[in-house]
Design a protein around this ligand. Structure first.
Ligand SMILES: [Zn+2]
Length: 302
């Protein structure tokens, strides 16, 4: 079965009226359990990420600021979260969750976190609801400890994976792809190995064609590990995404991407990425498409 990683502390206490829909992580877990995508034998609870793992990506100064809850007001504003103990705890276990998911994906071909994809986090700063760059931390650990040499970070969140691009800009072992909205956050884009910028209002067929072409363009057989950032803020009812992709389009996208690498027997670690849908229940369902798609591929195969 598909290894799925979840921790109750993914739901930090930031107040119910906060713009960030933090409760989605708890509700996603419930939905996956209800639909028997999560059962007792495939649920994995991560520990907090270790200092040694974090330090491969983040500066000690920044790690200590998070540990001591000592961000300045300006840094806290850029992050978008109040820097309180439960946000600190969430950041450590969600990053530990992606590290664990990556390790399990090596063994089982596919594994998914029920959080992660904090792609706006830079080595020395948090931005846009991202404290630590979980995918970068997990990727550096695979390189350091598992002899993985060619990693693809394939980021389909509607926003550019700017922190990830910057962290790996001079790293030949990691290839970063970001397909995102030209006009959306972040204002100052970084340079990924492949950036594809799309206009507002793009619909299913055109979007899926861009994704398909990008998969053909990169030499995907050369990678020995893939991180897939499956943001659902491309959905037509998203509060901030501005694309017009349907739920069916997201399902087709995830099938296209995951099957592409699965058929090539390249291990893939799936992480959530962003989602800010106007309809909370729809948002939770959209995030679950990642897990449903991986689950059915593994089930079909066995
Ligand atoms: Zn996003």
């Amino acid at each position: 079965m598909l290894p799925i990683i979840n921790h109750p502390d993914y739901v930090a206490q930031i107040g119910d009226d906060h713009k960030f829909p933090i409760k989605k992580f708890g509700e996603l877990f419930k939905l996956l359990k209800e639909d028997e995508i999560i059962k007792e034998n495939n649920l994995h609870i991560p520990g907090p990420v270790s200092d040694a793992d974090l330090a491969r990506v983040h500066t000690l100064d920044y790690i200590n600021k998070i540990k001591n809850l000592s961000l300045s007001k300006d840094e806290e504003r850029k992050l978008g979260f109040p820097i309180v103990p439960s946000v600190r705890q969430r950041s450590f276990v969600a990053t530990g969750g992606t590290v664990l998911a990556a390790q399990l994906a090596l063994k089982h071909k596919l594994a998914c976190n029920t959080a992660g994809g904090s792609h706006h986090a830079f080595a020395d700063s948090g931005n846009g609801y991202c404290v630590f760059n979980d995918v970068a931390v997990a990727a550096e650990k695979l390189i350091a400890e598992n002899n993985i040499k060619n990693i693809l970070i394939y980021d389909l969140d509607v926003h550019q994976g700017d922190g990830t691009a910057k962290i790996f800009q001079n790293n030949e072992k990691v290839f970063t792809v970001s397909i995102h909205s030209k006009k959306n956050y972040p204002l100052n884009k970084q340079v990924s190995n492949l950036d594809i910028e799309l206009d507002e209002g793009i619909k299913d067929d055109e979007y899926l064609e861009v994704v398909n072409q990008s998969l053909q363009k990169i030499n995907s057989s050369s990678f020995d590990f893939v991180f897939y950032v499956a943001g659902v803020d491309i959905h037509e009812d998203d509060r901030i995404g501005k694309f017009k992709v349907s739920a069916e389009g997201i399902k087709k996208r995830d099938e296209l991407v995951i099957k592409h690498f699965f058929d090539k027997k390249i291990p893939l670690c799936g992480v959530l990425g962003g989602g800010y849908n106007r309809d909370f229940n729809q948002l939770v369902y959209l995030h679950s498409i990642l897990h449903r798609t991986c689950h059915s591929l593994l089930t079909y195969e066995s």
